[in-house]
Write a protein that binds this ligand. Sequence first.
Ligand SMILES: CC(C)(COP(=O)(O)OP(=O)(O)OC[C@H]1O[C@@H](n2cnc3c(N)ncnc32)[C@H](O)[C@@H]1OP(=O)(O)O)[C@@H](O)C(=O)NCCC(=O)NCCS
Length: 133
Amino acid sequence: MQLRVGGDLDLDAVIALYRSSTLGERRPVDDRDRMATMLAEADLVVTAWQAEELVGIARCLTDGVWVTYVCDLAVDATHQRRGIGLALLRRVRAETPRAKLHLHAAPSAEPYYPHIGMRRHEQSWWLDPEDAL
Ligand SMILES: CC(C)(COP(=O)(O)OP(=O)(O)OC[C@H]1O[C@@H](n2cnc3c(N)ncnc32)[C@H](O)[C@@H]1OP(=O)(O)O)[C@@H](O)C(=O)NCCC(=O)NCCS
């Protein structure tokens, strides 16, 4: 398995990975323009490759020195539980070593993050675009 840094990726392969990991159930994979923007405007994208097959992605927003928000972490279902998710997060951390990693867990991944050493933050809040403010 090889890791690469950079968001210049084939959009169809990325969308296929979101679908095959199940993350696509909670991301706008049917809206190509939105997915293309999500990829193009990310500050840090780390991908995992098995030969020339895209098998994992960590898509992040970061200022590089204080916070790195891991927007999407996805590993192809047939390649899960082989250390790829952890390798992606370790590389994200190596790219922004001074920044805290933040993320929002998918329900099925909730036990994953404490298992790999991340701490829960009880004072974390969010607002969806349609929510009143
Ligand atoms: C969650 C996900 C990214 C984990 O990636 P992965 O490559 O399968 O996980 P790893 O192989 O790095 O796992 C590292 C360790 O965590 C464990 N682990 C993996 N998935 C887990 C889960 N869902 N719950 C609890 N532990 C889990 C592994 O068994 C392994 O444990 P070990 O080191 O003691 O053997 C991947 O399963 C995935 O893409 N899931 C679907 C999409 C998703 O939910 N993404 C997260 C959005 S926040």
